[in-house]
Write a protein that binds this ligand. Structure first.
Ligand SMILES: Nc1ncnc2c1ncn2[C@@H]1O[C@H](COP(=O)(O)OP(=O)(O)OP(=O)(O)O)[C@@H](O)[C@H]1O
Length: 788
């Protein structure tokens, strides 16, 4: 103790256990950072995996199965419409906390994850920074004190310590930023993985097809990114200033005394009250901004996607109007936020920077002035006269130096306190923005979780398609009609409330029916009590006038739409050899970005395709069967990557889709007018090839010429009653099995009759077309005669 007291104050500072604490914390942090916690995920073979893991995906995280996701559904009930919608005011109350907790469980599934380690390290550095700030404030005071008391040695030691402290301070600051960014990225990755697994679920959910949220790309990209950034930031923004406030106040309390500390708290309270009163609803503003951003983004995306069609119509000016209007709506809103912010920031700046600093000066000055006054009055009383005589000049200097030290340290602490207060107020604003974004992401997840499940089809012998009393109805949640149009001024801010209400209605199961959500008094029934059985070799053609429900039948057969209540649907299953039960080729063929090879094998990934010479030769054969034998050479090989949607002609795209069908060789193929742009000779060749591969065809077409490739005909009457006929086509090649329901020889006659009528109509249309030419020629000859 004696030795310690003899040491120079700066040496005492180093030996003091409380001063050693920052150095120890720093050392511990360095050790944590040196460990392999911060190495990239993929490089760690022993990465901790949550109990829900199955197979690992490209994100380095396990893919969540549908059953695992279903277990999660109870955490995402549909919120009341008023709070769920992005446009409602998301407060910071209990609903927000519930939503935030549900999302945090996704991004922080357990304590044994990388995210938890990052969070711990982040917290450690935040604490360290506060401790270092206090050490800096104390050292600052000592340096000035040594300066005032002209202690050169002490001053130089203090300066040395100042530079030593600079090292951990700089390191701590950069680590806080680094860890915050890494944490944000990890949060984003976890949330994105979850949304991908949920949204892109394959059959029987098809959430990506059925989700009724407009501008979903904005939710999944920009909103998730912003949410991850804000949540990772808000932790530091809240924790650091709160800790600062706590520690700085406790430090200040020592020199301010009880009265000063009380005044400090009164100051905090008044400030919080003022700022709360003037803080606008930043959460709601952020949510509306995200929605408007999404609408504008969707508009730009649509123009990119449909550019050719727009160009054919010369619709550039119209599209510019639509986009400009969407952009103006966004900008108007952002501008209004700026205006609201200006007023708020004025108040905030004044209160935090000036009012707090003035209060701080006052708080420091009071004890100093009071002490001096008391000393002055003691001297005036006479008892100080002798003391004054006794006091040497150096003692007086040391009193001044001590006061200066206290003043400088307290002033620095007070300035840091004001800064912490300011950051806490900013954090309040950030927290409101987090609430807005949390509301949006929660809406996305609860919508995805609460889509009514599609009833699973029965499995027969695996090779049969059977329908009994199936009503084909337009689903009650209309996708398109619900989406606000970009160019419509009535793009209501309330659309998401409406969405939640709709989802709530349709997700209430009717005890009498599994699939009541899809049929009922409000739905349109296109086809009633559809009944037939198809077995391999029974090639079915579905016909009927436009809009009668042919594609709707295909959607039910493919499992995209639920069949109506009290019906039976038996679908073929995947074969033991890997052949899919059903494969659909739509009219507008789909071509993802990727190589030519990936176009043929889609949706199989290229990585799983054994691209041996033999396999590629076989694929070449499939292209040849689709009359595309020249394509590989023309495009520069199988690995050529192009925007195939633009590169290939309409007919080529449809033929490539047929090559895709040959590659997958399903048991049943639903061909929805998928050869409408192909010449009839090539079309016939492809149909024959498909049949030779053992594919049973279900063709939707209005072309009578295709009838000859089928054995059965389903005609939708389109008279508004939902009636239909199913019959065997006369002179059709013998099927291996017989049709059910209306399949008998008596009913072959109407099919034959229909085919004849359709062919006659086509012939007459061709003649009418020709007669227009003749009429024109007659007119020309008449005019020539007149001229002569
Ligand atoms: N998602 C949907 N939402 C609302 N209505 C729909 C939806 N899909 C189809 N419909 C309606 O169902 C009816 C049948 O549509 P579908 O596409 O099955 O007709 P189609 O017989 O295939 O016609 P086309 O020969 O013109 O292709 C149409 O009136 C259509 O407006």
């Amino acid at each position: 103790m004696v030795v310690f007291s003899k040491l120079h104050p700066n040496q005492q500072l180093l030996l003091n256990p409380s001063s050693q604490r920052p150095l120890l914390v720093l050392l511990a942090s360095l050790l944590i950072l040196r460990s392999n916690i911060f190495k990239p995920f993929a490089s760690r073979s022993t990465a901790p995996s949550p109990p829900t893991s199955t197979t690992s995906n490209a994100l380095g995280l396990p893919t969540l199965s549908q059953s695992q996701l279903a277990e999660d559904a109870h955490r995402f009930p549909l919120p009341p419409p008023t709070t769920a919608a992005a446009n409602a005011t998301p407060g910071l109350g209990l609903p927000f906390l519930h939503q935030l907790r549900s999302l945090l469980r996704i991004v922080l599934p357990s304590l044994y994850t990388r995210e938890a380690f990052l969070l711990t390290a982040h917290s450690t550095f935040l604490v360290l920074r506060t401790v270092l700030s206090i050490a800096v404030a104390r050292l600052d005071g000592r340096i000035v004190r040594d300066l005032v008391s002209a202690d050169g040695k002490g001053f130089l030691t203090g300066l040395g310590l100042w530079f030593i402290l600079a090292v951990p301070s700089i390191y701590t600051n950069s680590m806080i930023h680094h860890l915050q960014s890494t944490l944000a990225m990890r949060f984003r990755t976890r949330l994105t993985r979850y949304i991908h697994d949920l949204y892109l679920s394959s059959a029987p959910h098809f959430r990506y097809y059925r989700v009724p949220l407009p501008g979903i790309d904005q939710y999944i990209t920009a909103d998730v990114d912003a949410w991850a950034e804000s949540v990772a930031g808000i932790y530091g923004n809240l924790m650091k200033p709160s800790l600062d406030l706590l520690l700085f106040t406790s430090q200040l309390a020592k020199s301010l005394g009880f009265r000063g500390t009380l005044l400090l708290f009164v100051n905090y309270y008044v400030t919080a009250k003022i700022l709360r009163a003037v803080t606008p609803s930043f959460g709601r503003l952020a949510a509306v901004e995200a929605r408007l951003e999404g609408e504008y983004r969707a508009g730009v995306g649509r123009v990119g996607r449909e550019s050719e069609e727009i160009a054919f119509y010369d619709g550039g000016a119209r599209e510019r109007d639509i986009l400009t209007r969407a952009y103006l709506r966004l900008i108007k809103h952002v501008n209004s936020i700026y205006k609201i912010r200006i007023a708020y920031e004025w108040t905030e700046d004044f209160v935090i920077k000036y009012l707090w600093s003035a209060a701080g000066y006052g708080l420091i000055a009071v004890p100093l002035l009071i002490t001096r006054k008391r000393q002055g009055s003691r001297i005036a009383d006479g008892e100080g006269a002798e003391a004054g005589r006794r006091m040497r000049k150096s003692d007086a200097d040391s009193v001044v130096a001590g006061r200066t030290e206290t003043y400088i340290s307290n002033r620095r602490l007070l300035l840091s306190l004001a800064d912490a207060g300011g950051r806490l107020m900013y954090a309040y604003k950030d927290l409101q923005e987090v609430a807005g974004l949390t509301g949006r992401i929660y809406t996305l997840l609860s919508t995805l979780h609460n889509l009514p499940p599609l009833p699973t089809a029965l499995l027969g012998d695996g090779d049969t398609f059977a329908l009994k009393d199936v009503d084909v109805c337009v689903p009650r949640h209309p996708f398109a009609s619900q989406q606000p149009q970009l160019d419509s001024p009535e793009a209501k801010p309330d659309s998401q409330n409406h969405l939640i209400k709709t989802l709530k209605t349709i997700s209430q199961p009717n005890p009498d029916s599994d699939s009541d959500a899809f049929s009922g008094p409000n739905t349109t029934t296109l086809v009633r009590a559809l009944t037939f059985t198809l077995r391999p070799g029974m090639h079915l053609m579905i016909t009927g006038s436009n809009g009668v429900g042919k594609t709707a039948v295909a959607r039910v057969l493919a499992g995209l739409w639920a069949p109506g209540s009290s019906s039976t649907l038996v679908r073929p299953t995947k074969g033991a050899d890997g052949r899919p039960g059903v494969f659909v080729i739509p009219q507008r063929s789909y071509h993802p970005t990727g190589s030519l090879l990936s176009q043929v094998i889609y949706p199989h990934p290229v990585s799983e395709f054994n691209a041996s010479a033999e396999a590629l030769h076989e694929l070449g054969g499939l292209l040849y069967a689709a009359n595309l034998g020249y394509l590989v050479d023309r495009e520069g090989g199988w690995d050529t990557v192009k925007e195939w949607r633009d590169v290939l002609s309409g007919g080529e795209k449809q033929r490539l889709a047929m090559a895709r069908l040959f590659y997958h060789r399903p048991k049943f193929a639903i061909l929805d007018e998928c050869t409408s742009a192909v010449s009839s000779d090539v079309e016939g060749q492809m149909y024959e090839h498909a049949k030779s591969l053992g594919i049973t065809l279900i063709t939707i077409s209005l072309r009578p010429t295709l009838t000859k490739y089928h054995t059965h005909l389903l005609t939708l009457s389109g008279d508004g009653t939902g009636s239909w006929t199913f019959s065997r086509i006369a002179n059709a090649p013998q099927a291996h099995a017989h049709a059910h329901a209306h399949d008998d020889d008596e009913e072959a006659a109407p099919a034959e009759h229909l085919t004849r009528v359709l062919e006659e109509i086509r012939a007459l249309e061709a003649r009418i077309e020709e007669s227009h030419g003749w009429e024109k020629r007659v007119k020309e000859l008449g005019e020539e005669l007149k001229a002569k």
